[in-house]
Design a protein around this ligand. Structure first.
Ligand SMILES: Nc1ncnc2c1ncn2[C@@H]1O[C@H](COP(=O)(O)OP(=O)(O)OP(=O)(O)O)[C@@H](O)[C@H]1O
Ligand SMILES: [Mg+2]
Length: 354
């Protein structure tokens, strides 16, 4: 269990600047996720933490020890890859025992440790099987057991669930969480799936082309995104370009299409902004402190326990998600509809070049 500190890490590959000076502090025993779209630098960051690659500049500390240029096998961070990389000609037992055997650990101690790891991932009794005789989820468990058996200070998981079907993915992500809690180990997890990140993490770093845009708990990232990129990356959301036309203290009036919304909170400098509104915060009935938008129904999508009403406001489409069937159930396309939004639920952020 160890704290991991990255300071100003820069990494280039030829012309490509993969990491533009990122700083991240990961606490003891935390499940910390790097989240971002393909190519943003997640795997590069993990490889640098693991010591499989070195940065051009910047430092990495594990606790008080600087490990920036320490070889991989000396730093106690183990990386589990997306494709598990099990040895096909070795049994489950031998796959897990491999890292201990090369350390010349006595035989009965190896057996004890392998049994412990197998129990941890709930695969007791599978010792003699070969990887081809296992399901995808079981192979993933073996890969995790193989990483844990050497008792790493930090476990690094690079998209560990992306080869599994949807149901197994849900199961394995709770398993990873359980194991992490049981061992109290520091885990750095990589995914491009925002829902997975939200479900599994203590904290998340949202990455965008080689930079970290925001670090926070799932709740902070979802409810108070600091940039347009973070807001739009975290699930289905309404992001509406607008212009600030009046300011008074930290309150502004904005315009989009023919609508004018007052009393919104914004302290940024730019007048070109976006309004970020989560679909589940939009109401179909007025409440206190709400602004109202009059438009027409474009589409109603029924999802069972909730209904999505897609409204057209001029050329702007907005999604409202509502649990109450009574509110939304009878709406039909082309009918007039009014969306009500609490002013506190409209996040105003500077427009970003995405
Ligand atoms: N060995 C390499 N040689 C050249 N370019 C590389 C190398 N490794 C990574 N890159 C580049 O660095 C950038 C970051 O890559 P990285 O693999 O870290 O992204 P990622 O966030 O893990 O993406 P994905 O979600 O697709 O796995 C990309 O532009 C990639 O093309
Ligand atoms: Mg990757």
């Amino acid at each position: 269990m160890v704290e991991v500190k990255l300071e100003n890490i820069v990494k280039t590959f030829g012309e490509t600047v993969a990491l533009k000076g990122i700083s991240i502090h990961i606490e003891h025993g935390e499940l910390f996720t790097l989240l971002g779209p393909s190519g943003c630098g997640k795997s590069t960051t993990l490889r640098i933490i693991a010591g499989l690659d070195y940065p051009d500049s910047g430092t990495i500390h594990f606790g008080d020890e600087e490990v920036t240029y320490l070889p991989s096998h000396q730093r106690g961070a183990v990386l589990v890859f997306q494709n598990y990389a099990l040895w096909p000609h070795m049994t489950v037992f031998d796959n897990i025992a491999y890292g201990l055997k090369i350390k010349k650990i006595p035989k009965d101690e190896i057996r004890r440790k392998v049994e412990w790891a197998l129990e941890l991932v709930r695969l007791k009794g599978f010792e003699d099987r070969y990887p081809t005789q296992l399901s995808g989820g079981q192979q993933q468990r073996v890969a995790i057991a193989r990483a844990l058996v050497v008792e790493p200070k930090v476990l690094l998981l690079d998209e560990p669930l992306s080869n599994l079907d949807a149901k197994l993915r849900l199961e394995m992500r709770s398993e990873i969480r359980r194991i992490q809690r049981e061992l109290g180990i520091t885990v750095i997890y990589v995914t491009h799936d925002q829902e997975e990140a939200m479900a599994i993490s203590d904290r998340i770093a949202v990455m965008n082309v080689g930079t970290v845009e925001q670090v926070g708990t799932p709740k902070e990232i979802y409810e108070t995104p600091r940039t347009e990129f973070v807001a739009s990356f975290m699930g289905k959301t309404n992001v509406i370009p607008a212009k600030v036309v009046e300011r008074e203290g930290d309150k502004v009036t904005v315009e989009f299409e023919s609508f004018r919304l007052d009393g919104l909170t914004y302290t940024g400098e730019k007048d070109d902004v976006v309004l970020v509104i989560r679909p589940e915060r939009i109401r179909l009935k007025p409440e206190e402190n709400t602004v109202s938008l009059e438009g027409t129904v474009d589409l109603v999508e029924y999802y069972g326990f909730f209904v999505e009403v897609i409204g057209l406001f001029g050329d702007t489409r907005m999604i409202a998600r509502t649990i109450s069937d009574r509110e939304a159930g009878n709406l039909k396309p082309t009918q007039p509809v009014t969306f009500y939004i609490n002013r506190d639920d409209i996040i105003v952020l500077p427009k970003q070049q995405l």
